[in-house]
Design a protein around this ligand. Structure first.
Ligand SMILES: CC(C)(COP(=O)(O)OP(=O)(O)OC[C@H]1O[C@@H](n2cnc3c(N)ncnc32)[C@H](O)[C@@H]1OP(=O)(O)O)[C@@H](O)C(=O)NCCC(=O)NCCS
Length: 154
């Protein structure tokens, strides 16, 4: 399997198996959510110059995938079902925030799933207005966090 295929398979399993509170196994919601999770798109996300796609790995296994744009928009943050609640997403989120900060972003923004809402709140993200309705009837929560200034250089 290519890296893009492996990453894509993780994204799909994380959504299908972990985000049941969001899609409630509704095929219409799931189909819409998974439609852009295909290897060709993952390849494009890896190659986009203003995008930073990160993976957490243990040996040959990919445990989590995250992506942040140079301007601080977190567009992916998915953990493998086997690696859930081991601190992997917490570490991934910190790495995404560090990548955004290094590229000059002063804050990070994302649209959370119901599944991850509490996780982001405990990481310091604040809700930005009311939930959005996405992909049919799924609730999505716009959230943002101001990034602390990085260490002084020199
Ligand atoms: C919710 C989710 C993102 C958390 O990732 P994770 O790797 O399992 O979380 P971590 O092990 O890094 O845990 C980080 C903290 O969140 C807590 N936590 C997060 N979600 C929790 C939940 N549903 N139940 C209990 N505790 C939870 C952990 O206890 C931990 O806190 P602590 O270290 O202060 O004790 C992940 O489990 C998940 O389900 N992802 C599905 C994909 C998804 O929704 N991604 C977000 C797209 S916007």
């Amino acid at each position: 399997m290519s890296d893009a295929e492996t990453i894509c398979a993780l994204l799909r399993r994380s959504i299908i198996e972990l985000c049941v509170a969001d899609h409630r196994d509704d095929p219409a919601i799931l189909d819409a959510w998974l439609a852009n999770k295909i290897p060709d798109n993952v390849r494009r996300w890896i190659e986009r110059p203003d995008n930073n796609l990160l993976v957490a790995a243990e040996g040959d296994d990919i445990l989590a995938v995250g992506c942040v744009t140079d301007s601080g928009e977190i567009t992916l943050n998915y953990v493998s079902p086997e690696a859930r609640f081991r601190g992997v997403s917490k570490a991934m989120l910190a790495a995404l925030e560090a990548a955004a900060r290094e590229r000059g972003a002063e804050s990070c923004a994302l649209v959370s799933t119901e599944t991850a809402r509490r996780f982001y709140a405990s990481a310091g993200y604040l809700e930005q207005g009311p939930p959005e309705r996405r992909l049919g009837s799924k609730s999505s929560y716009p959230m943002a966090k101001r990034l602390a200034a990085g260490p002084e250089k020199g």
